[in-house]
Design a protein around this ligand. Structure first.
Ligand code: ZN
Length: 203
């Protein structure tokens, strides 16, 4: 199982990171050991002092495909979930400065909490889907897929140029603005609309 993550897919987040808005989708990957199973706490790692949350809509691929045309991309997923792309912002900053790969800051164990449940896309308006993250009861991120720079179908078309997509692969589709640091003791709750999708405790 592969995990693709999209960087800078919301203009306001690119701006808050002082990054340019990309002209084609930018992606990186996490290994399957990055998945934080639902109900499992996240243990703050000792290699970073600045882990940030990035709440993201997650697409689950439902069948094998390569070089998928954008107009057929909708056939390759039925279900939508929600997750967090935990990022060691201090290490990422060093990577950016040195021109190094981001894996050390993005691909560590437990860095990809995922919702227990995935929702049938037929029951959702994917063009206008609101999602949010609450940190200790306070809403810290509010996103809407309407603000994506590249749509889910465009992302699938792009990613499948470089790699065969397989059933069960996940695409974290990028975070809206409002990213911030976590602390030990935090409770993070992610919602699609009013529906609670995950709860992660930081230990
Ligand atoms: Zn992200």
């Amino acid at each position: 199982m592969k995990i693709f993550c999209i960087g800078r897919n919301y203009a306001k987040h690119a701006k808050e990171m002082n990054s340019d808005v990309p002209t084609s989708p930018m992606f990186f990957m996490k290994p399957d050991t990055a998945i934080l199973r639902p109900g499992t706490p996240f243990f703050y790692p000792d290699f970073s002092k600045d882990i940030h949350f990035e709440c993201e809509i997650v697409v689950k691929i439902n069948r094998v495909g390569k070089n998928i045309a954008e107009k057929f991309a909708h056939k390759y997923y039925d279900e939508i979930g929600l997750g967090i792309d935990f990022t060691a912002r201090d290490l990422q900053k060093q990577c950016k400065e040195k021109g190094h790969p981001w894996e050390v800051a993005k691909a560590f164990e437990g860095s990809a909490p995922i919702s227990k449940e995935f929702v049938a896309k037929s029951s959702l308006d994917l063009e206008n889907l609101e999602f949010s993250l609450f940190q200790n009861g306070e809403r810290v991120q509010l996103g809407n897929t309407a603000d994506m720079i590249f749509s889910i179908d465009q992302l699938i078309a792009h990613l499948s140029k470089f790699n065969t997509l397989k059933k069960g692969d996940l695409i974290y589709t990028g975070t809206p603005e409002g990213v911030g640091p976590i602390a030990i003791g935090d409770e993070l709750i992610g919602k699609i609309g009013e529906r609670e999708m995950f709860k992660v405790r930081v230990k």
